[in-house]
Design a protein around this ligand. Structure first.
Ligand SMILES: [Zn+2]
Length: 441
């Protein structure tokens, strides 16, 4: 059994039975897990040890068995689709091929509502039928339009307003940004849910034009792991709590940031296995996270690789919440990791912290093009290359080592990958996480 570098997590009384039910259901009656039975240590073993003996579920597995292979036997998916109890939703991320999921709105809503208990502001805001504005790629959520513009009514669904129909913030004009700010004031949302890269672009516009922006009760950040630079822009415009919410279409809401800034596991809805990296790569406090969902009648998800690295909190959180795993931070996508010339894994968060030290970098994209070569394209509203680039090189050499060669270029704007999400850092070559986990060389 993997030993974590923290005291054993504390779980609420019903947690063990939820974890047991999810596990038993998957192994006994879900087709996609039939081949997993041979790994089972059996009912006499501790349930969490039984989890750890299982393989990891990947997006490739989701595609191979999609979507009916994850529905427990005895449930009629066709009939449920016909009566609109569930629907099929296809996601296409910035790094991998499309996956079709069985989407159960009731399960999703319950997962979101449980996550709200993990921050004092969302717990107090009586959320549910509240007005919510969403600023993210319309290729992920909402309504896209490549040709003309859509009216506010055309971008409203139930209690949601989708602020942009244009997927590329590099093409947002000043007039378009003004429209979003005016709509926030008219709609008066309780919650603004945003992709931090997208919201950062809007906030830079508000800062430059010195605009007053409507203040919701909370801003929640999701879709991407926020850069310190994004947070700087967002916090200079929004005085309300700015909260990171962490999950995925497949897993629901897995972690939520509390008022003390740490992230707490959504223990009512999911179990999380943590696999530490080897010490030279940041382990054992940094590792990858695997999510198991509870209570979804239409989809058994066991040890799903979220594709992210996280950092465990060494100390109990000052907010008083004790249940489940507590994280100091999400370190970023595994797909966005880079390597030092000496072969040490550098997470997006570590590279981001280095770049965020340089005054005036408002947006960037770092690509590792070889073992020791890095190319940075960046946007600055306030400083020219002669001022920025020596500082950028110096901070990145402190992060990656003095043999790192840095090429940098100032650009007018940067676009998200495939119009979906930004990738702030990445390597041009494949990084296999198995080479970096505990037990690897
Ligand atoms: Zn806390």
């Amino acid at each position: 059994m993997t030993t974590l570098p923290i005291p054993a997590p504390i779980y609420p009384p019903e947690y063990r039975s939820s974890a047991q039910t999810a596990f038993d259901t998957a192994l006994s009656s879900v087709p996609a897990y039939r081949t997993w039975r041979r790994y089972d240590r059996g009912p006499s073993a501790d349930i969490f040890e039984r989890y750890q003996a299982m393989p990891v579920l990947t997006k490739a597995d989701l595609r191979e068995h999609e979507p009916a292979g994850f529905v427990p036997e005895g449930r009629d998916l066709a009939a449920a689709l016909a009566r609109d109890e569930v629907e099929l939703v296809t996601t296409s991320g910035s790094t991998s091929d499309a996956v079709t999921n069985v989407w159960c709105q009731g399960w999703w809503d319950a997962s979101e509502a449980s996550s709200w208990k993990l921050h004092a502001a969302t717990a107090a805001a009586r959320l549910g039928e509240h007005r919510e504005a969403i600023l993210a790629s319309p290729r992920c959520v909402g309504f896209a339009s490549d040709a003309g513009y859509l009216s506010m009514e055309q971008r409203t669904l139930w209690h949601y307003l989708f602020l942009t129909e244009k997927a590329d913030p590099a093409e947002w004009s000043a007039t378009f940004c003004d429209r979003m700010i005016e709509e926030l004031a008219r709609f008066e949302p309780a919650v603004l849910e945003a992709n931090p890269s997208f919201l950062s672009v809007l906030c830079r516009h508000a800062i430059k034009q010195d605009l007053q922006v409507f203040q919701p009760a909370v801003v929640t950040l999701t879709y991407e792991n926020p850069s310190l630079i994004h947070l700087r822009h967002i916090r200079s415009v929004f005085q309300c709590p700015v909260i990171s919410s962490y999950g995925a279409t497949e897993s629901g809401y897995v972690f939520m940031q509390c008022e003390a800034g740490r992230l707490h596991q959504n223990v009512e809805q999911c179990h999380v296995d943590f696999q530490p990296l080897a010490p030279r790569h940041g382990g054992p406090t940094i590792g990858r996270i695997l999510a198991t969902t509870f209570h979804n009648p239409w989809r058994a998800l066991i040890r799903f690789d979220m594709g992210d690295l996280a950092r465990l909190a060494a100390e109990p959180c000052s907010c008083g919440r004790r249940a489940g795993l507590t994280l100091d931070a999400i370190e970023g996508r595994i797909a966005n990791a880079t390597l030092s010339p000496a072969g040490r894994l550098v997470t997006q968060r570590e590279a981001d912290a280095a770049i965020a030290e340089v005054d005036g970098v408002d947006q960037y994209e770092l690509v590792q093009t070889g073992p020791a070569t890095f190319s940075v394209r960046y946007v600055s509203d306030t400083r020219d290359p002669a001022a920025i680039e020596p500082e950028l090189r110096a901070t990145l050499q402190r992060c990656y080592g003095s043999s790192a060669k840095i090429i940098s270029e100032q650009v007018r704007a940067l676009s998200p990958v495939r119009g979906v999400k930004y990738r702030l850092t990445r390597a041009d070559f494949e990084i296999d996480i198995h080479d970096f986990l505990v037990g690897s060389p």
